[in-house]
Design a protein around this ligand. Structure first.
Ligand code: SF4
Ligand code: SF4
Length: 130
């Protein structure tokens, strides 16, 4: 089974990790209302509703005990999988490109670390179950 198959067939176990709740643009779907949101306009002119962040970049719903709206967090949070981010970076980018990306977004490093760790755990579980 390939890493992509393992990722597709397993649910990520985040535990206490909150690496992707910092400096991340959580885009809300049109039907996702009632959140603390704000509108951003991107270079193409398109605009999106995103979750608000604190001045330090943390999501407004992030607490010392994790996500305060865990049971009804937006779809993008529910579907986010740092293993996919890690795999995409490893497959599609050179080491130099990865370094440049990490330098331009400090929290990406933490997400990639989490993705690598999660992928290793997934692979171990997958091999046991094979
Ligand atoms: S970075 Fe990965 S392990 Fe950490 S909270 Fe996000 S999805 Fe979960
Ligand atoms: S809503 Fe919760 S899971 Fe989503 S970014 Fe904010 S703190 Fe993280």
């Amino acid at each position: 089974m390939t890493p992509a198959d393992l990722i597709a067939n397993t649910i990520i176990q985040c535990g206490e990790c909150t690496a992707c709740c910092r400096n991340t643009m959580v885009i809300l779907r049109d039907d996702e209302t009632g959140y603390a949101d704000t509108i951003v306009r991107v270079a193409s002119g398109d605009q999106y509703r995103i979750l608000q962040s604190r001045p330090n970049g943390d999501c407004v719903y992030l607490t010392n005990h994790g996500c305060s709206i865990h049971d009804h967090k937006p779809a993008m949070c529910r579907e986010y999988d740092c293993r996919e981010v890690y795999m995409a970076m490893i497959v599609a980018k050179t080491r130099r490109e990865r370094r440049a990306d990490i330098a331009s977004c400090g929290d990406l490093k933490a997400v990639l670390r989490a993705g690598r760790k999660q992928l290793r755990n997934t692979t171990k579980v997958g091999m046991k179950g094979a």
